[in-house]
Design a binder for this molecule. Structure first.
Ligand code: HEM
Length: 764
């Protein structure tokens, strides 16, 4: 009745499904693929219709033209954001630019974001995407089945480097970011659908509690990151980043101010720096969340459309004479740009769009749109519009390259590109990350086409092609294809070699960075532990489906404590080494001796009967369950290389002096083991001095659990054995001792005590 009263002269209510009292049509919306249902309704009710949910009007727009008419042409009233029930201060808090209401904070933040993005784009994003792409290709060549993990690493490491000049924060970024995605997604947290649940007090609301813990950690990370960059700037070693750009410009303006004003201004600048910290944080969140979706969709597309892969390879080979595409080659590779764009069109990463809110009553084509309505540009439906995209279900990059298609545009040295593409939103709220998306996708998709032939996997026993889903996507606001099997075979030996070289070059720089700023890194790593990155491991039902099940059942040593996102970026550095050269001659001189001991992981009980290291399967917050091995059992002391049926581990032990290299008693040993187990990699790195274990990392990608079963030990206990290894190191006693402990209960007790005392050891 109220709404009818508000209907302006002759305007009609928008069409839409008949709503049930109070709940509207909530019951009709599937948990997965909700955009398919909204699209279906658009075929019944037209390109603009409304639904009601718990008293809120939702307007669904399925036509690009209508989206432009309202969100761009009437941007003065359509640029607000709705309140998110599960994050009630999203419009005002200033923490997340993309979720802010249309207010001064948003204007200021958007301007700054735009400026930082533009400055970085001019410097070609400092080559970070290329370096990370090179690292990614090699990792993928080593174990394609781990593709989700490597893709998530690529996106989070690239954006972490862009944001803070270091890949180091990528692990926590993934963790907090996927948590945020759950917090804000309709299918991620119940109060977003049943909005009155937001009124529950903290003590009774699991959603609020979870969000609070996540937010606390995120805040800690952002503060620590900016502190890290400041300290690195002080010693002249800060890498280029959004935040460095900001701090340098801010410092410049303080220096040019008169001394009297400096004090006041300094205070204002601190508040501004706090805001900049959040802007950069949001950019990092956006980058870590989104770009993995089209990279995964590319692989899916290549499984279903091998002919496009062949054409893409032909373009790259012909134009670049066998070289891997670089960003500078973009003018020469229109098909690659078309593939990038078509992947996004075919499988929109944000299928329901990020909603706007309308601030005043409005009338469009005679239809009444009430103030406060939530307006969704339904990106999925917009890409299915047959007028613009004929045969929309078909993956067809030609639509951007052949003049007969409505989306063709010249010159092909520039078009197609992603600028102005509907999939990045409308009006004043359009996406600000397009330069990053464009470069990341060009490099990764081009790199994969150059390096691999991707195809459906064949069953190793029957030789029959394994099924690959067509459109089974995760249900959160940013949708990613659920896990599917495929093969990525390097196209030839030359490319395999080249990938290795490119990888080594990429990680070399990181090694240097790590050495240079070790002290700083250790300091910032501390809060990762304090921040509770190690979380209860949990499965995400929609992410992995069969794949997860298989891994959980079949693998050992899963992401113990990896918390956010399985294996951490730190773990992955571990993999860097493990996957790097196995040739020991390339390593630093080996000082391994009896007293320094040699650590070896092994699962082959029949070979020596010694222990091994296992964790528990984990997956959390949207990333795939990646499996890591923690700790290590200990074997003989005087050899540095072991080769068994199942495991080959090379261990380097080097003496470790005090910070300044003098003999101040602060000495110990640093061990680094790397190995291969049934074609998978494992690396164990231990830094230990006489009194404390500074850190220990071990990682293993999926592996079959045959040996532990043979040994008759449940995985958990095997894991404890690993922890024991760590505890023993902490005491500075030869690690051989682990093998002397036979009573598993005893092991468990000691291990738990040690865990309490050595928090650093839980840095995963
Ligand atoms: C495939 C990758 C991406 C897609 C598909 C995407 C898509 C979108 C969409 C649909 C919106 C909402 C637009 C609207 O409300 O009309 C948006 C907003 C935004 N995006 Fe992206 N995005 C991507 C990557 C990124 C990256 C890498 C950044 C990093 C800077 C970024 C930064 C932003 C920001 C800051 C906003 C909020 C703008 C505002 O509310 O004023 N995005 N994006």
């Amino acid at each position: 009745w109220l709404e009818r009263k508000r209907l302006r002269g002759g305007s009609r209510p928008l069409p839409g499904p008949t709503n049930l009292p109070f709940i509207g049509r909530v019951h009709d919306i599937p948990e997965k693929g909700s955009w398919l249902k909204f699209h279906e309704w658009s075929k019944v009710y037209g390109p603009i219709y409304q639904t009601k949910m718990f008293g809120v009007t939702h307007v669904w727009i399925s036509s690009e033209k209508i989206a432009h008419d309202l969100l761009s042409r009437r941007a003065n009233i359509y640029s607000d954001r709705p309140q998110i029930p599960n994050l009630p201060d999203n419009r005002t808090s200033g923490d997340y630019l993309a979720l802010l209401g249309r207010n001064d904070t948003w204007r200021r933040q958007r301007k700054l974001c735009n400026h930082l993005m533009h400055t970085s784009a001019l410097a070609s994003l400092h080559d970070y995407p290329t370096l990370e792409r090179n690292r990614f290709l090699y990792l993928l060549s080593q174990s394609p089945e781990n593709y989700i993990e490597y893709i998530e690493q690529f996106t989070s490491r690239t954006i972490a480097r862009l944001s803070w000049g270091s890949a180091h924060p990528a692990q926590i970024l993934r963790h907090t970011t996927f948590g945020l995605l759950e917090t804000i997604s309709p299918s991620g947290a119940l109060p977003n659908v049943i909005s009155f649940l937001r009124h529950l007090p903290l003590a009774l609301s699991p959603w609020q509690k979870k969000e609070k813990a996540r937010h606390d950690l995120e805040d800690k990370q952002f503060r620590s990151n900016i502190g890290f960059v400041k300290r690195m700037m002080d010693v002249g070693r800060a890498e280029p980043s959004f935040i460095r750009t900001y701090l340098e410009e801010q410092q410049g303006s303080i220096n040019s101010t008169s001394t009297n004003k400096k004090c006041d201004e300094q205070k204002g600048k601190e508040a501004a720096a706090d805001e900049a910290m959040h802007v950069v944080g949001l950019m990092a969140i956006a980058g870590a969340l989104t770009i993995g979706s089209p990279i995964q969709s590319y692989i899916l597309a290549m499984c279903h459309y091998p002919e496009w892969q062949a054409r893409l390879q032909e373009e790259i080979d012909t134009e670049l004479g066998g070289r891997c595409p670089m960003w500078e080659d973009r003018e020469k590779l229109p098909l690659l740009r078309a593939v990038v764009k078509e992947v996004i069109r075919w499988r929109p990463p944000v299928p329901t769009g990020i909603p706007h809110a309308v601030e005043k009553d409005d009338v469009y084509n005679g239809y009444f749109i009430p103030a406060g309505a939530t307006i969704h540009a339904l990106e999925w439906a917009i890409t299915r519009d047959e007028q613009t995209y004929p045969q929309a279900e078909t993956f067809n990059p030609s639509r951007f390259l052949v003049p007969s298609y409505p989306t063709y545009r010249e010159p092909l040295t520039i078009y197609p590109n992603l600028s102005g593409f509907s999939q990045f939103g409308f009006g004043r709220r359009t996406c600000q990350g397009v330069p990053i998306v464009e470069q990341d996708l060009f490099l990764t998709m081009g790199g994969m086409a150059w390096a691999f032939t991707i195809s459906k996997k064949r069953d190793p026993v029957t030789g029959v092609e394994m099924p690959v889903h067509w459109n089974d996507y995760t249900p959160l606001l940013i949708a990613k294809p659920c896990r599917f099997p495929f093969d990525a075979v390097p196209r030839d030996e030359e490319k395999r070699k080249k990938m290795r070289e490119m990888y080594e070059e990429a990680v070399e720089g990181e090694e240097m960075e790590r050495c240079e700023s070790r002290e700083e890194r250790e300091r910032t790593e501390g809060w990762m532990v304090e921040g509770g990155v190690r979380q209860k491991e949990e499965e995400i039902p929609w992410q992995s489906g069969v794949g997860l099940q298989r891994q959980v059942e079949g693998d050992v040593g899963a992401g113990v404590g990896a918390g956010g996102g399985g294996a951490s970026s730190e773990d992955r550095r571990g993999q860097d080494h493990a996957q790097g050269p196995q040739d020991t001659s390339q390593e630093e001189p080996d000082d391994a001796s009896d007293s320094h001991s040699t650590t070896s992981s092994r699962l082959d009980s029949t070979a020596s009967g010694s222990g091994s290291v296992i964790g528990t399967p984990s997956a959390s917050w949207g990333s795939e369950p990646s499996l890591s091995l923690r700790g290590s059992s200990v074997e003989s002391s005087d050899c540095d290389e072991h080769e068994h049926d199942e495991l080959r581990v090379v261990t380097r032990t080097t003496p470790y002096k005090g910070e300044d290299g003098d003999d101040d008693g602060n000495e110990g040993m640093r061990m680094r083991s790397m190995g291969r187990m049934r074609g998978r990699r494992v690396r164990i790195k231990t830094m230990s001095n006489a009194s404390s274990t500074i850190g220990m990392e071990a990682l293993m990608t999926p592996m079959t659990p045959t040996t532990p079963e043979k040994e008759g030990l449940p995985f958990k206990e095997m894991g404890i054995m690993g922890i024991m290894g760590m505890g023993t190191m902490k005491l500075g006693i030869a690690t051989r001792r682990v093998m002397e402990v036979e009573d598993m209960e005893d092991l468990e007790r000691v291990a738990v005590d040690d865990e309490m005392e050595v928090p650093g050891a839980w840095r995963w």
